[in-house]
Ligand binder design. Structure first.
Ligand code: ADP
Length: 448
């Protein structure tokens, strides 16, 4: 079994991984930039190593420094968390080459799913329905026009190597196609170092529904149900819930069964998320994430399964602790992402947290590395906490969330808590009646 895990990440997720490790009797190593010397994960880990200056390229993305830190501290495994190096196949290979265990899927699986064109082709062959679109990459106007005429406008052009909601262009009609195709390719090259793009039908009122799966190296793969992540701003998730208000038990079992079987057939090991758009009762695959997701806690809250623990177990070569029959879903859970940003304009607000009080009580979980006196550095992602609550029913969950948001004190900076409070008071949200475009309209009304 693994004895010491280096956590190649920061913030709340570094702490989340640390907690799972310590519950399993595994020691941890924190790595950090100079800007994070006072971070909570650094304070709590058994060992810590400074790996470079604030810029991520010099620290959290600095592969030689991370590998050296593992060697110096005697770590035998590396957990990459999310973001940073978590979906970097090259990193997974280097970790293995140094005799260390990468807590995640194989480099081959990361590579296959990291290229969205290949990912779509792969899952389609495994029986998962995909969004109608081009059969592969698109490089010229003539082919693009042909594809769009077949699927119908509007369409969305997406970077094959894209991520984080970036590298997408929506095209309303044929007149816009050529310019937007060129823009998307140029941006894809600049942002991701790869100008491969593909075209999909742009769905007008879908929900974003994703399935959590986890596989081991013994041919087993189970699903842990779905999460509804339709509340998005600029294609980035703001609030997530499980189960989806529009999915029933029969659909969950059917679609979950399809994805778990597909991933077992692929020989996938580790945690993964199959993301779908869901419209008019149909599921359309958009991408797979081969890592732990920010929103994994809502699944943990309704299943009672520690996903990080399972990741560590399967990486160590053990069997999953659960068979599909053992997975039970109970109640409802919602996660609010708390960002150090203005609640409606999203202008960043890093700085000193002068007072800090976390809500508590039954079924309230707060994943955060913030403490009173902590200085939020301006260099990284603006998410500073995740408030997750569960309840017997969705209604009860909303009441608990409203109460918890009111209790949450983060003084000294501006946060998105008032946005979540406004959502709790909204009738559409209360009714679970929203799609992926709903939040943008809601925010437009708030800021106009
Ligand atoms: P990323 O890897 O950048 O997160 P995704 O492919 O997962 O990109 O898409 C992110 C979001 O963009 C989706 O959740 C959805 O809101 C929107 N989106 C992507 N593809 C489509 C599509 N074909 N139609 C409508 N919206 C889409």
């Amino acid at each position: 079994m693994i004895k010491k895990v280096l956590i190649a990440n920061r913030g709340e997720i570094a702490l989340r991984i640390h907690r799972a490790c310590h519950e399993m009797g595994i020691e941890t190593v924190a790595v950090h930039s100079t800007a994070d010397a006072d971070a909570m994960h650094v304070r709590l880990a058994n060992d810590s190593v400074c790996i470079g200056p604030p810029a991520s390229v010099d620290s959290y993305l600095n592969i030689p420094a991370i590998i050296s830190a593992a060697e110096i501290t005697g770590a035998d495994a590396i957990h990459p968390g999310y973001g940073f190096l978590s979906e970097n196949a090259h990193f997974a290979e280097i970790v293995a080459d140094h005799g260390l265990t990468f807590i995640g899927p194989t480099a081959d699986h990361i590579r296959t799913m990291g290229d969205k064109i290949t990912a779509k082709e792969t899952v389609k062959k495994l029986g998962i329905p995909v969004v109608p679109g081009s059969a592969g990459g698109i490089t010229d106007d003539v082919t693009a026009k042909k594809v769009c005429a077949e699927i119908g406008y509007p369409v969305i052009i997406k970077a094959s190597a894209g991520g984080g909601g970036r590298g997408m262009q929506i095209v309303q009609n044929a007149d816009e196609l050529s310019v937007k195709l060129q823009t998307c390719r140029t941006e894809a090259k600049a942002s991701f170092g790869d100008d491969a793009v593909y075209i999909e039908k742009f769905l007008l009122k879908p929900r974003h529904i994703e399935f959590q799966i986890i596989g081991d190296n013994h041919g087993n793969c189970i699903h842990l149900g779905e999460r509804d992540c339709s509340l998005q701003r600029r294609h980035q998730k703001i609030l997530e819930e499980a189960p989806s208000p529009v999915i029933n038990d029969e659909t969950r079992a059917r679609v979950g069964g399809i994805v778990a079987k597909a991933m077992a057939d692929l020989g996938y090991s580790g945690a993964g998320t199959i993301e779908f758009l869901y419209e008019d009762g149909e599921f359309y695959f958009i991408e797979m994430n081969t890592r732990l997701q920010v929103e994994h806690p809502v699944t943990e809250m309704i299943t009672g399964i520690d996903i990080v623990r399972e990741q560590i177990r399967v990486a160590a070569g053990e069997k999953l602790s659960y068979t599909q029959d053992m997975v039970r879903f109970f109640g409802h859970a919602i996660e609010c992402r708390v960002n150090a940003e203005h609640p409606f304009t999203f202008v960043p607000s890093p700085g000193n947290v002068t007072q800090y009080h976390v809500p508590g009580g039954l079924n309230v979980r707060c994943d955060s590395a913030v403490y009173a006196g902590y200085k939020i550095p301006p260099y990284y992602d603006s998410m500073v906490a995740k408030l997750i609550v569960s309840g017997y029913t969705r209604e009860g969950c909303l009441l608990r969330l409203r109460r918890s948001l009111a209790e949450y004190v983060i003084d000294g900076i501006t946060t998105t808590i008032p946005l979540h409070q406004a959502l709790m008071d909204n009738e559409d949200f209360q009714a679970g009646d929203y799609d992926i475009h709903w939040l943008e309209k809601f925010l437009k009304d708030k800021t106009e």
